[in-house]
Design a binder for this molecule. Sequence first.
Ligand SMILES: [Zn+2]
Length: 307
Amino acid sequence: MTTAYVTHPLCEAHQLGADHPESPERLEAIQNRLIAGQLMDFLRWREAQEVTLEQLNDTHDPDYVASIFAKAPAEGHVELDQETLMMPNTLDAALRASGAVVQAVDMVMSGEVENAFCSVRPPGHHAEYDRAMGFCLFNNIAVGARHALNQYGVQRIAIIDFDVHHGNGTENIFQASPNVLYASSYQYPLFPYPDPGASHDNIVHMPLEKGSKGEDFRRAYEAELFEKLEAFAPELIMISAGFDGLAEDPMGQLRLRESDIVWLTEKLMDVAARHSQGRIISVLEGGYNADALGRAVFSHLKVLTQL
Ligand SMILES: [Zn+2]
């Protein structure tokens, strides 16, 4: 397997203050772990391009996109909501974060690589069609998925989201799109609090109680997702890879271990081999214990690379 690793130095230039959990150290920890474990040498490292305005406008409300560009501060910060801030480098980082996923789609769909991991921030899955939320400005994975639908005529994309938080933004964007199956496992109740409730046929909810362990996580996927995923037969699998469900994470109260992430990644690799020509694009979302994040991304990539 050839696996792309798409990132950009500007994703680390986005600083939210010394105490903010969504910190540049997250990407450093991943990179350091991949280098120390000698996995980086086997990845096709690529510097992310900037997403285009047209690509953003294909996914988000153009008025919303324009408002984000207009609000970008030259100094100080702007609050988009209580926890979503823009600093001087935030817009540049966000453009590279979404651009990374577009680039990963191009690399995977052209056959240059089998699969890809986008090591980016700010994250994206809380960003809705016309609203920034939960550290997210643009919905990186949704922008990439829309690019795959528009540019490559892909008919069926499955987006699997194992972040501890429900990916309300991705659901909001694709809830009426039969071309996209969106499945999210998440701690409930937890941010973004409203109960997602019953939804459309292409949306799968896997709520997990506080304190849930790997066996609960696995049971939810076995019961709610795999059969549906098999029937959907995705041509492309995308993963909203949030590592804040790990037991060590300060933001959630699930008790997942690295082996649970490995288990899910292996399951998705099997589905991809059967239906998607191996095509998987994994995109970093949350994960706020830098050490646990580095280790878990390493293990996730060991499966993607089949090393
Ligand atoms: Zn999260």
